[in-house]
Design a protein around this ligand. Structure first.
Ligand code: HSE
Length: 291
């Protein structure tokens, strides 16, 4: 039996559409063992697909196939804390768990970069799976099946508060809402901000974060799919966040906060209780370890 522990991730961080993501201290823990049939269960009694359609199984099978090894079945036991379809990398966590679990069962034929490449290729974008594997704040570019990536140290003074709604939004639907082409001005708007974001997070120039997390490539098209999403971003900033944005494809919203602002989470929880009962606020640190 092998165990893979995969962190939640928040992709995009506003300006870094499909290229920037951060790992968060919230985990899916997946146990895998070879078996002569498929046996999939969830420790918490949540529904999980119990046949070949299970994403963890599919990704594990892909590793066996690519390594030319036969697979007759797997026992998979899931213990998942990452909420599903909320923009916090739950499907990426399953993809990474399947790949890394199979790789461990086979004696690690894939090195870390091959794992990163395969996970991003399966996902179609690298900004969840790369930080899920490496931990921390990552910039990643997927090109021709290869991920060019860098893990950038995050300045110690910040924490994250995640506003999670009680409704789901599929990544497919959130990607379908985006335009096929964009204006040159919009490309420059995001390019400058994404670069500013990476530099500001590293150096601790936190006063840049509000501008640096601004975006016009995806958020304006997605807010219409997230009831109260724009209100939460606005209110999160009013409460003192350094920046706030849609987490991944949504619907969750992430606020970057000063670590020293210990009461932010209380104010955020009160906001939800009083005005946005379909949302809850949770404080999460950056995961530094990865899967
Ligand atoms: N970058 C991706 C998107 C993340 O925004 O669609 C999906 O989790």
């Amino acid at each position: 039996m092998v165990r893979v522990t995969v962190p939640a991730t928040s992709a995009n961080m506003g300006s870094g559409y499909d290229s920037i993501g951060i790992a968060l201290e919230l985990y899916n823990v997946i146990d895998l063992a070879e078996n002569d049939h498929i046996d999939i269960s969830d420790k918490n009694g949540q529904y999980v697909p119990q046949d070949e359609s299970n994403l963890i199984y599919q990704c594990a099978k892909r590793v066996y196939d690519e390594c030319g090894k036969p697979l007759s079945g797997l026992t998979i036991v899931e213990d998942c804390a990452i909420p599903q379809t909320r923009g916090l990398g739950s499907s990426s966590a399953c993809t990474v768990a399947g790949i890394m679990g199979a790789n461990m069962l086979l004696g690690e034929p894939l090195d870390r970069n091959a794992v990163i490449d395969l996970a991003a290729t399966i996902e179609g974008h690298p900004d969840n799976s790369t930080p899920a594997i490496l931990g921390g704040f990552c910039v990643a570019l997927l090109e021709n099946g290869h991920v060019h990536h860098v893990r950038v140290p995050v300045h110690g003074a910040i924490d994250f508060v995640v506003f999670i709604p009680d409704f789901q939004l599929s990544t497919e639907k959130a990607r379908a809402a985006l335009p096929k082409t964009i204006d040159h001005h919009d490309a420059v708007y995001n390019l400058a901000r994404a670069a500013l974001l990476a530099g500001s997070l590293t150096t601790g120039k936190l006063e840049n974060l509000d501008a640096a997390t601004g975006d016009c490539l995806h958020q304006p098209y997605r807010f219409g799919l997230i009831e109260n999403g724009e209100d939460i971003v606005r209110e999160a900033k009013k409460l003192g966040a350094l920046g706030a944005f849609i987490s991944g494809a949504g619907p969750s919203i992430v606020a970057i906060v000063y670590k020293g602002d210990r009461d932010y989470i209380t104010r955020a929880q009160e906001l939800c209780e009083k005005h946005y009962p379909h949302w809850k606020a949770v404080q999460l640190r950056c995961d530094e370890v990865g899967a």
